[in-house]
Design a protein around this ligand. Structure first.
Ligand SMILES: C[S@@+](CC[C@H](N)C(=O)[O-])C[C@H]1O[C@@H](n2cnc3c(N)ncnc32)[C@H](O)[C@@H]1O
Length: 209
């Protein structure tokens, strides 16, 4: 299924579903990420969804650009930020290819729960490397569905085959780390946030300092 169509449909129940299952993983994502953020940082949140993490991290940086391809996800995230009186997040319905995103312009790029949902994570990592300043941070969380066969991974395989959900990557953590380092990053921290399928937090720095 085309990702935009799927995520627009999912948006209204996303928080209930995601937080119902992954609340602790989100709390941990926010806690680990905050360690790396500085008040002067310009952060790009790639695939911000309904802004669960975006909104919690905004207070730790100067400015956030939050992008997502789903208008509905962006609408919900924007509404939540407005309700919380947060005014340093610029939301945009966009992908990483958006022309408005400038090379070497971000101190931090976050990509939470997205790389396993991309057709070509390598292209995304290359673009993230371009948009980050040298020495900038890439903070990610990724379901490593290739680690072992589980009921969830089998279900995803079937649903994707039947075109009920967008294509999913069945990546293993070692492959993911190899891919990240092959794109010029040095991995600084890795932690599993969920028992099964594993949901890996990976913090990496853009090489060159
Ligand atoms: C599993 S949700 C994760 C949302 C959020 N980062 C979180 O952790 O709660 C995946 C999000 O990625 C967005 N998305 C999928 N493909 C995308 C792409 N190519 N560019 C931007 N956003 C994308 C979807 O619309 C959806 O909001």
């Amino acid at each position: 299924m085309e990702p935009k169509k799927f995520w627009d449909k999912m948006a209204a129940r996303y928080d209930q579903q995601a937080l119902g299952k992954y609340r602790t993983a989100y709390e941990e994502t926010i806690k680990i990420s905050k360690k790396y953020l500085k008040p002067t940082d310009r952060l790009l949140d790639f695939a911000c969804g309904t802004g669960i993490a975006t909104i919690e991290l905004a207070g730790s940086v100067q400015q956030v650009m939050a992008i997502d391809l789903s208008d509905e996800m962006v609408r919900i995230a924007e509404e939540k930020a407005l309700g919380r009186g947060i005014d340093n997040i610029a939301f945009k319905t966009a992908t990483l290819e958006d022309d408005g995103l400038l090379k070497n312009s971000f101190d931090v790029i976050t990509a939470f729960n997205i790389l396993h949902g991309l057709q070509d994570p390598g292209t995304a990592l290359a673009r993230i490397g371009t948009l980050l300043k040298t020495g900038g941070l890439f903070l990610s969380v990724t379901d490593c569905l290739g680690e072992k066969i589980t009921a969830t991974s089998l279900l995803y395989r079937c649903l994707a085959k039947m075109d009920f959900i967008p294509a999913v990557n069945f990546v293993k953590k070692a492959e993911l780390i190899k891919m990240i380092t092959a794109h010029g990053f040095v991995v600084m921290e890795q932690k599993n946030l969920y028992p099964s399928p594993p949901n890996y937090y990976i913090a990496a720095r853009k090489n060159g300092v």
